[in-house]
Design a protein around this ligand. Structure first.
Ligand SMILES: Nc1ncnc2c1ncn2[C@@H]1O[C@H](COP(=O)(O)OP(=O)(O)OP(=O)(O)O)[C@@H](O)[C@H]1O
Length: 772
């Protein structure tokens, strides 16, 4: 009987291997087709026109992209099979592939026909008799796992997992510092979120390790597939908590065949400006207050000032009067245009230059010929030039309408508390005196992440400055000259110098053909780009001002917002998403909750939730873990109580940590394989400074062992976390401790000299009992 079963299994593997071979053969065929087209395009040199070259480049880069895309989906291309009750199996994979006659060989996981692979259950089989998970490695079938869905044996137990074997095998892999896709093991509750309609703002919340980030990324891939036409032109923006986090997730979308997504952090949202520093919690909160919108608008209006009194200006040696009423009239006209400050300045300045030129002309000319001179456009033009060159006139115009940039103005506001207080007094609603005191800082201090939404708000009100405009115009002119030169040469080459085709016209055609830079690149460089969809990860951290900055970039209000309010940095957190979303709440269309943790073993999830309850901050959505592992928790008590953080060599705690670290490294070697897996030693902000820990988090990606601050581990995961002095991390905030406790896939080892929340202080066997 056993023999029969194993022979049957072997046959099944052979059958699947044949299918897998066919799919790969077709993949190779398609790739070869693209390659030979690319060779042809590259060989088609002879055309010889600038435009021909440009077209060739565009087509070649298109084929290059297609070839690259196929390379990225190579591993685990086929991973599933569905057998409907009425017969006719279909195979599910990373991308859709048809045979030479157009018959489907492989169905894209995102296609409607792929849905049942993730959502069919024994209770709701959706017409499917059997679901099969196919494991492959380098094109070879290495395992099969079947689930029969047309039986009456719907399982009664709480967790119904799709492809449990494949899932458990994925979860037990040692971590390699980069997130991988979960396309072959997406679970039903996750799939429902991934495929939810793209309209409105969808909140996806869930405890640690419930796959929020994974779901957000797969949703981006799904939307790009389902709404390709709309999103191909406008693009998708992903906003993550840090550059490290973006590096951590960067491989996921390409492995799903998608590369045209812009990923950024809040600190990088404004092109050309980077903020890496983080403010203390209270300052951060003060800068996120929505009252800033009115205060900043007042600050920009304040740059458009009337002089105290009439002035006499020296224009080319002639005294000319500029009255307060002249400036007021020009200001009213410029403001009426509704344009941003820096842009409207152009019409303000032009208006005054014109007025002064007319005036100097009248005053400089003899009474008799004044009327005639005024009608002479050339004369007037000469005087306009005089005005532009007059130091007096330039100063008067600048003082009345100062051009500036968002960063410069914000820096001035922080450094001039009196001015900020005056502007605040004219705004409604207003910031409190305490908030104003918190944001004050001297000029030259580095920009922080929470400054960026304020810079963005200012940039919106200011518009591009003339200097930027001039730079862009110069660049356009440079490119046009280049095209013109090329076009000229092409026409000469072809002996067409005297033909009706001018070099100018040819250059213009090539220029209009547009830039070959991919959409993602253009969008990332353009502050005013509007996206078709925005995905925000770790969204619990965003302030109302940050939401304003994002909404500006997505007028269609199509957003996916994932996060966990319990993991919010610091001590205070909003109780509901509606409150957390600030101005974005008006777009809120649906809230979905993910309830199963895939990362964190049951023991550690329970321990973390108990700890939160102990410290008076119970979690909103307790989660169930898919698995537990033996000995997930360990505690090393260090005698002597907590001491002030000191440099490593002087800190007795450092020695204890080294001992625990070598014990844990040996342990991980034994469970994951020598040298495999990742360990993180996590410390509070205070100790991170004294010990020289990585407060950004890059080392967590690239090194087997890293020393990290609790703030920097948000969103990341490790096999083993060694957590130092939880009471210190609690000082940073309860959310920070919750995050730090839930990063590991195998084991958490707490090292503490100080007091512990009672749940953490429990002896090992009792902690294990918690998980049951
Ligand atoms: N269906 C799944 N199949 C396999 N692995 C999964 C699945 N869902 C989630 N995971 C894995 O679980 C881990 C946690 O996922 P993820 O980081 O997306 O969770 P999260 O909810 O964003 O966590 P946190 O809020 O704690 O940062 C990742 O390693 C992810 O690959």
């Amino acid at each position: 009987m056993d023999e029969e079963r194993s022979a049957g299994f072997g046959d099944q593997v052979r059958i699947e291997q044949e299918i897998v071979d066919r799919v790969y053969a077709r993949l190779d065929g398609i790739r070869e087709g693209y390659r030979s087209s690319l060779r042809e395009v590259n060989a088609s040199h002879g055309v010889g026109t600038g435009q021909g070259d440009r077209e060739r480049d565009v087509i070649a880069s298109h084929f290059g992209e297609l070839i690259e895309r196929l390379g990225l989906v190579e591993e685990r291309l086929v991973f599933g099979r569905l057998d409907p009750r009425e017969g006719g199996s279909r195979y599910i994979g990373r991308i859709g592939i048809s045979d030479e006659d157009g018959a489907p060989l492989l169905i894209d996981w995102r296609a409607p026909a792929g849905r049942a692979f993730y959502q069919a259950t024994a209770a709701h089989p959706e017409g499917i008799a059997r679901r099969r998970h196919i494991a492959t490695r380098r094109r070879v079938v290495t395992g099969l796992e079947d689930e029969l869905l047309d039986t009456d044996s719907a399982r009664e137990q709480g967790l119904e997992l799709q492809g449990e074997g494949a899932l458990m095998s994925a979860l037990s892999q040692a971590r390699e510092g980069r997130m991988t896709d979960i396309v072959s093991t997406i679970q039903a509750e996750q799939d429902r979120v991934i495929r939810a309609p793209g309209r409105g703002l969808l909140v996806v919340e869930g405890g640690p390790g419930t796959g929020k980030t994974a779901v957000a990324l797969h949703r981006a891939a799904f939307l790009l597939y389902a709404e390709r036409e709309r999103l191909e032109r406008s693009g998708v923006l992903i906003v993550g908590p840090s550059r490290v986090f973006l590096r951590y997730i960067e491989q996921v979308l390409p492995s799903l065949g998608e590369s045209g997504v812009v990923a950024t952090t809040l600190g990088d949202l404004v092109p050309g400006v980077h903020a890496g520093a983080v403010d203390p919690e209270d300052v951060d909160r003060a800068k996120g207050d929505p009252a800033w919108a009115g205060v900043l608008a007042a600050a920009v209006r304040d740059l458009e000032r009337l002089p105290d009194r009439d002035q006499v200006l020296d224009i080319g040696g002639h005294p000319v009067t500029l009255a307060v009423s002249d400036v007021a009239a020009a200001r009213t006209r410029a403001r009426r245009s509704g344009k941003p400050h820096n842009v409207a300045r152009e019409s303000f300045a032009l208006g005054l230059v014109d007025l002064l030129a007319q005036r100097v002309l009248t005053e400089a000319a003899d009474e008799d010929d004044a009327a005639q001179v005024q009608r002479d456009p050339e004369e007037l033009q000469l005087w306009r030039q005089e005005v532009r060159e007059s130091v007096d006139a330039r100063r008067a115009i600048n003082l009345a309408w100062m051009p500036t940039s968002g960063t410069a103005l914000l820096e001035r506001l922080y450094a001039r508390p009196d001015r900020l207080a005056r502007l605040n007094a004219s705004a409604s609603p207003r910031l409190s005196a305490e908030q104003l005191a918190l944001v004050a800082r001297p000029k030259g201090a580095p920009l922080t992440v929470s400054d960026i939404p304020l810079v963005d708000e200012l940039e919106e009100l200011l518009g591009p400055s003339a200097a930027v405009g001039a730079r862009e115009a110069a660049e356009r002119a440079r490119r046009r000259d280049l095209e013109l030169g090329r076009a000229q040469a092409t026409l000469e080459d072809m002996g067409l110098e005297d033909s009706p085709v001018t070099a100018d016209a040819l250059a213009a055609t090539v220029e209009e053909a547009g830039t070959v830079a991919p959409l993602a690149e253009r969008a990332a460089a353009d502050r005013s780009w509007t996206y078709g969809h925005i995905i925000v990860d770790e969204a619990q951290e965003l302030s109302p001002m940050a939401w304003r900055a994002l909404l500006r970039r997505c007028p269609s209000l199509s957003l996916t917002v994932v996060g966990d309010l319990d993991q919010r940095r610091g001590h205070r957190r909003p109780r509901t998403w509606r409150a957390a979303l600030g101005p974005a709440a008006r777009a809120l269309a649906d809230e979905k909750v993910l309830s199963i943790s895939y990362r964190t073993p049951a023991t550690l999830i329970k321990l973390a939730e108990r700890t939160m309850a102990d410290v008076g901050d119970p979690v909103r959505h307790p989660v169930r873990a898919v698995r537990d592992v033996p000995d997930a928790y360990a505690l090393t008590r260090v005698p002597g109580g907590v001491r002030e953080a000191a440099p490593r060599e002087k800190d007795p705690m450092w020695g204890h940590v080294q001992r625990v670290l070598s014990e844990e490294t040996r342990r991980l070697d034994a469970t994951a394989g020598t040298g495999r897996g990742r360990l993180a030693v996590v410390v509070a902000t205070r100790r991170a400074g004294a010990w020289g820990a990585d407060s950004v988090g890059y080392s967590g990606l690239d090194q087997r062992v890293s020393l990290l601050s609790a703030v920097s581990v948000k969103g990341l995961e490790f096999d083993d976390v060694i957590l130092i002095e939880p009471s210190e991390i609690l000082e940073d905030g309860t959310g920070d401790l919750f995050v730090a406790m839930t990063r590991s896939t195998r084991r958490l080892h707490v090292v503490a000299a100080g007091a512990l929340p009672s749940a953490m202080d429990t002896a090992d066997p009792q902690i294990r009992a918690l998980a049951r």
